[in-house]
Design a protein around this ligand. Structure first.
Ligand code: IVH
Length: 716
């Protein structure tokens, strides 16, 4: 075949394959069997390999997993990636409506007519006044899919970058991995704008998770707790081939910026969904424009009935004010927009009979009672045990072995027992006694102190505090610092946070039994020869384990903090700590007050963090990790140095806490730019007292407005 013929054939193949991909992966309407698709794809790949000059931006080669990366590159988001506030009941939705109506009544007066940009509106005044007169507020309802937020940027119709949310300001470039998701278009349908940023959710189907977990179990590896974790792990693979194996999917839900050549105006959130569909994205079909909260309630109820049968996990419904001009008036507070809320479904419930209660030793030594019961189907999965939290809970609910109980499970939350059906008792049920010995090491057990965050040396109500954390809530803990159970739970947590999926609990136990490791830090000095020598340990699995450890030595600061397993420090708190303190040294040196000053972190957590970094054994462990080659990826770049990179600020009005010069200097220090005039390119307008016309201009153009408080949070 000569180049000319190849060109023609390639053109035809691309068009045909693209059409099939769209039907299959976006419309869920396969026209031909996989075999035909695969066969045409093979032919195209072969031709593109033979004629590399004919490879272009929309070539199939782009879907083929490329070379593994060394690490992910940090990328600043042009528009911050926000999160959502939750509403757990219809009453909370009403409260939300009350708050936004109040703001809209005031805000409507501020809107001025403008030249028009998405988010504001050329009909700004009309919208505002119309709202005031009619009081009409339309809501847009859509599914809250349980996956990972992703940003996709298209230039001239081609996907040029895909990124994770990260801390909302700076994410990681995962373009290679995202290109392996077949429902993500590499090239947009015509007519497309010059530039567009699309946001959506990368998800894993429930069926895919089941199959993946079966495979993980067969290989003795860690099971994924839910589809979200499995999807997140997939997107964090440096090797796109591994990401492709996770079989992920993508649903678009938002367009956050459009530049040039858009042939329609975007007045409502629903218009964005229409645009996404015509550009070729998969947008979930369950959506509705509702004229009031009653209609929203009906949508929410309808979805609640349907969701157990959805192929993907959903944990709620996202409700937005449909009108984009009203969205602009409402703006953002903290990390979340005021104009959107996530209605979260309550946990699903089922009944079962408790067959046994045992005590599990956690990574902090706490003995947690766990109820075993007949395998029961709840919230889409079969479960046979649930945490009872602590002895207090057992006493409060009077839970006994043999009791019929109500269990519940919410989304990715672990199942729990919520109620005993006392009337169903036969009289043979057995009470549970508090443990006197650690069920694993036989060591002593003590009751842990109550009261909020007091220091380890203190006693309260005659109770001793937890030795490392000094934390509250009544619990029993194993006092043996060398208790193997504590250690192995801590290690399990560590390897799962680092995504070292090759090492499951069984392998960790084995390594510990063989004396090869005594803590997670020891993993990082293991050699292939250490493992190969072990009975029933193949050379291949030894190699895989060592490779996986080496691939995960570099770790982001938030993950590092989370991996330490500090009591009460979950993923979000770890991220908040990392952003606030920027370096490990600063975190270690922080006082309780400094930690407590962080938004969302209360006294109990502050004390726990402080205590962790003031216990010698913990500091030794942290040092050992670093000495053994764990590397905390520099946070300076995104947290201190370049945190505001790519963002332009305009300041108007006088600030109470600093001069405008000082504010400008701080913005520059953090990598941002300042400007005197507001334009579409402005990222934020900081509004102090008695703002000038720049404030109105910002409202007109739909530029995000920061009051002084929020500005301070941003530069803190
Ligand atoms: S809207 C304002 N729409 O929920 C930022 N988010 O808690 C929210 N999510 O990070 C974007 N489905 O990962 C939106 N239909 C949907 C969503 C959705 C799932 C996730 C998203 C976001 C999180 C917010």
């Amino acid at each position: 075949m000569d180049t000319n013929q190849a060109k023609k054939r390639i053109g035809k193949l691309r068009k045909e394959i693209e059409g099939l991909r769209y039907r299959y992966h976006v419309l869920d309407d396969p026209k031909v069997t996989d075999d035909v698709y695969d066969s045409l794809t093979r032919e195209l790949k072969a031709l593109e390999a033979e004629f590399p000059g004919l490879v272009s931006g929309d070539s199939l080669i782009n879907r083929v997993a490329g070379k593994p990366l060394e690490k992910f590159v940090k990328v600043p988001h042009k528009v911050r990636m926000l999160s959502l506030n939750d509403a757990f009941s219809k009453a909370e939705l009403k409260d939300w409506e009350k708050r936004i109506r109040k703001l809209l009544d005031v805000g409507a007066d501020l809107i001025r007519p403008t030249g028009g940009k998405m988010g504001s509106s050329p009909t700004g005044r009309r919208v505002g006044q119309f709202f005031k007169m009619s009081n009409q507020l339309n809501y847009f309802c859509e599914l809250k899919l349980d996956g990972l937020a992703v940003s996709l940027i298209y230039e001239k119709g081609l996907l040029i970058r895909g990124a994770t949310r990260g801390d909302g300001f700076v994410g990681e470039d995962i373009t290679q991995n995202l290109k392996t998701i077949k429902s993500i278009p590499i090239k947009l349908n015509q007519p497309f704008p010059e530039y567009v940023e699309v946001r959506g959710e990368a998800v894993m189907a429930k069926k895919v998770l089941d199959a993946l977990n079966k495979k993980q179990a067969a290989e003795g590896k860690v099971l994924f707790a839910n589809t979200r974790n499995a999807a997140a792990g997939g997107l964090r693979q440096l090797d796109p081939k591994l990401a492709a194996e996770r079989n992920l999917d993508f649903f678009a839900y938002d367009v956050v910026s459009v530049g040039g050549g858009l042939d329609r105006s975007l007045q409502n959130h629903s218009d964005k969904h229409d645009l996404l569909r015509t550009l070729g994205f998969k947008v979930d079909e369950h959506e509705a424009v509702c004229k009031d909260l009653d209609e929203v309630g009906k949508f929410v109820d309808k979805i609640e009935k349907l969701r157990p049968d959805f192929p993907f996990g959903t944990d709620g419904v996202v409700v937005s004010v449909d009108d984009l001009a009203l969205q602009t008036i409402l703006g953002v507070v903290g990390k979340a927009p005021r104009y959107m809320v996530a209605y979260k479904y309550p946990a699903e419930k089922a009944t079962t009979i408790i067959t046994n209660i045992f005590f599990n030793v956690g990574r902090t030594g706490v003995l947690t009672p766990v109820a075993m019961f007949e395998p029961t189907l709840v919230a889409g999965s079969t479960i046979s045990k649930a945490t009872l939290h602590n002895m207090d809970q057992i006493d409060r609910l009077d839970i006994r072995v043999g009791d019929t109980v109500v269990i519940q499970k919410a989304g990715d939350v672990i199942p729990e027992v919520v109620e005993v059906l006392v009337k169903l008792r036969s009289g043979k049920e057995k009470k549970v006694k508090a443990p006197e010995k650690c069920p694993v090491c036989g060591g002593g057990v003590k009751r842990r102190g109550v009261g909020e965050g007091f220091k380890p040396s203190q006693k309260k109500d005659g109770l001793e505090a937890h030795p490392y954390t000094g934390m509250s809530s009544v619990a029993f803990y194993c006092v043996n610092p060398k208790c193997p159970a504590k250690n192995s739970r801590g290690m399990q947590h560590f390897v799962s946070v680092l995504d070292i999926y090759e090492i499951g609990p069984k392998i960790l136990d084995r390594l510990q039994e063989e004396g090869l490791i005594s803590d997670a830090a020891d993993l990082f000095t293991l050699k292939k020869s250490d493992l190969e020598g072990l009975e029933r340990f193949g050379a291949k699995s030894a190699e895989n384990i060592i490779k996986s450890i080496n691939d995960h030595r570099k770790i982001s600061f938030p993950k590092f903090i989370y991996a330490l397993g500090i009591l009460h420090v979950g993923e979000q708190t770890a991220e908040d700590l990392a952003v606030s303190f920027a370096t490990l040294d600063k975190l270690i040196a922080a006082s309780v007050e400094e930690i407590n000053n962080i938004e969302n972190i209360g006294p109990v957590v502050s004390q726990s963090v402080y205590n962790y970094f003031h216990a010698q054994e913990n500091l030794k462990f942290v040092k050992k990790l670093l000495d053994n080659g764990v590397v905390i990826e520099s946070q300076r770049l995104n947290v201190e140095g370049q945190r505001l990179q790519g963002r332009t600020f305009v300041i108007t009005g006088s600030l109470e806490t600093m001069s405008r010069e000082a504010a400008r200097a701080k913005i520059k220090e953090l990598g941002g730019k300042t400007s005197e005039s507001v334009s579409k390119q402005t990222s934020y307008v900081v509004v102090g007292k008695e703002p000038g016309s720049k404030y109105n201009k910002a409202l007109e153009l739909g530029v995000e407005i920061l009051d002084e408080q929020r500005f301070l949070e941003l530069i803190r």
